[in-house]
Design a protein around this ligand. Structure first.
Ligand SMILES: Cc1cc2nc3c(=O)[nH]c(=O)nc-3n(C[C@H](O)[C@H](O)[C@H](O)COP(=O)(O)OP(=O)(O)OC[C@H]3O[C@@H](n4cnc5c(N)ncnc54)[C@H](O)[C@@H]3O)c2cc1C
Length: 487
């Protein structure tokens, strides 16, 4: 049986490794438009590199009339701890030599001022009662917060009331570097074929039932045949789905959101002083993906601060692709859904359009509001971030990701953007389970699965503190994350 995966981002390469490890006889090929793996949204500075585990993101714990909901946070934390098990497996078997080449321990903090202090206090109370977040600390003390996250406090007046939480075991992840490592391992050790410079134009069924994959390969038209297709093409997955003639394709349309960051190169000493990712609270009416945060980033051995993201309205499928590509991906039946979103989410559309025209000065002002005085301390430059294409399903805008699998299990795809790369091993494992259930029921596959994921059951991680601590500590040890007990 042959499997073709479209896209060598973190999703496609993870899917390829899982498929090949669990079913070594499978013939696996990845087709990638660019010249390298991990150069799309997974590339280091196309995303913020937060290992999302709900330590610091207020949007994962919505509050309604003093009642806080932590279910989403628990799920994401559990998913990230499944992801860490897989990355630890890759490190332990030598597929990735040096974990710091892609993952670096970085405090995860939240900082708020009035009137959000009560919300943070409530969040801390609820979350620190669960074993996932038992190491979380809370403070309203100026010096304590300054000690945790100096760059956000240095320019503030002492009487300004602030509150913060910290978890020491958070991470900064270079998903681009991780993807490159995984692509090398998949190709050199597992026998996965990766073809670069191959733009998939359209996929359709042959009369015999297999998938025909039509591509432009360095200017020439080339056709591939596949028994099973997995499309992990980021925003590029929408036009492929549209042209596949799958009956469910009509239900999905893409809602594109662009973004920018402010970036400043810093010295290793300055990085040591901060070593944090600090999340604030989104402005009223702003979408969850524009929660402001100030992040330490490590890429290619260099240290950076990143602030943003500044969301924008940018009608393209992927960074580097044009408006025409987006337009050509549209069908007449998509128009009512788009109009519905424009009307129902008018404040969001208005916000995105206004953010699009934000100049460098306004971006630096936003930075100073978050961390007074920081705009002058470092040499900041605006950079373009990756492109999110959110899902419009049946006319409704959704902020998460969705795995779609055809009823005959020969076509699978991932649509949407968030929480994304952080949870990719868990999400790809679920996709594989749905598409290759017969293979996964074999004893060899089950044993291999346990080796890669000692505990992938989210409910067990959520409800069994001892089991969770055991698998977390083992994965953290392999990845160089030190569990500091603060209790
Ligand atoms: C601004 C921003 C901030 C983010 N911050 C975070 C964060 O802090 N933490 C986190 O976990 N996630 C974050 N994300 C999300 C994360 O970047 C994505 O979830 C992840 O990179 C998606 O991986 P992917 O493999 O699906 O997509 P990509 O990495 O984009 O890979 C898709 C690949 O498919 C290829 N492709 C597309 N169309 C075709 C075609 N027709 N033929 C052949 N190849 C094709 C592309 O060239 C690309 O290489 C962020 C995203 C953005 C935009």
């Amino acid at each position: 049986m042959n499997l073709i995966i479209i896209g060598a981002g973190i999703m496609g390469t993870t899917f390829a490794i899982l498929a090949k490890e669990l079913a070594p006889d499978l013939d696996v090929t990845i087709l990638e438009r660019l010249d390298k793996a991990g150069e799309g949204n997974s590339w280091a500075f196309n995303n913020a590199g937060t290992g999302h585990e709900a330590n610091c993101e207020l949007n994962y714990t919505p509050v309604d009339e003093e009642v806080i909901s932590v279910e989403k946070a628990l799920k994401i934390h559990a998913q990230f701890n499944v992801a860490k098990q897989f990355w630890a497996y890759l490190v332990e078997k030598g597929a990735i030599k040096e974990p710091t080449s892609f993952i670096n321990q970085t405090k995860h903090c939240t900082i708020v001022s009035e009137p959000s202090i009560e919300e943070l206090k409530l969040r801390f109370k609820e979350m620190s009662a669960h074993h996932f977040f038992e190491q979380m600390r809370y403070s309203e003390d100026f010096d304590q917060i300054k000690d945790w996250i100096p760059y956000t406090m240095e320019g503030r007046l002492r009487h300004e009331k602030m509150a913060a939480t910290v978890i020491e075991t958070g991470t900064d992840v270079n998903f681009g570097s991780l993807t490159e490592h995984m692509a090398d391992y998949a190709m050199n050790e597992l026998g996965v074929k990766i073809e670069y410079g191959v733009h998939v134009k359209r996929v359709h069924r042959s009369p015999a039932g297999s998938w025909l994959v039509e591509t432009k390969t360095r200017g020439a038209s080339v056709q591939h045949r596949a028994d099973v297709l997995f499309v992990g093409a980021g925003g590029g997955a929408f036009p492929i789905l549209k042209k596949s003639h799958m009956p469910f394709a009509r239900r999905f349309t893409g809602f594109p959101v662009g973004g920018r960051f402010l970036q400043a190169r810093i010295t290793p000493e300055q990085a040591d002083q901060y070593r944090a990712k600090t999340y604030g609270k989104a402005e009223v009416g702003a979408p969850p993906m524009s929660v402001p945060h100030l992040d330490l980033r490590v890429a290619d051995g260099q240290h950076y601060l990143l602030f943003g993201p500044f969301a924008s309205f940018k009608p393209v499928l992927e960074k580097g692709r044009g408006f025409i590509d987006y337009l050509l991906a549209m069908r007449l039946h998509d128009i009512p859904g788009l109009l519905n979103v424009a009307i129902e989410h008018f404040p969001l559309v208005k916000y995105l359009v206004s953010e699009t025209f934000k100049g460098d000065k306004s971006m630096l002002e936003a930075l100073d509001k978050f961390a007074p005085g920081l705009s002058k301390k470092f040499d900041w430059k605006p950079i373009e971030a990756g492109q999110r294409v959110q899902i419009i399903k049946d006319g409704d805008l959704q902020m998460g990701t969705e795995i779609i699998v055809s009823s005959d299990k020969t076509y699978g795809t991932i649509l949407g953007a968030s929480p994304g790369a952080s949870v990719s091993p868990e999400v790809m494992l679920r996709a594989l389970e749905r598409m290759f259930s017969e293979i996964l029921s074999k004893d060899d596959a089950k044993a291999k699965l346990k080796e890669m994921f000692p505990e992938d059951d989210l409910d067990v991680l959520i409800n069994n503190p001892d089991r969770y601590r055991a698998v977390r500590d083992a994965a953290n040890k392999a990845l160089g994350i030190t569990s500091k007990s603060t209790r």
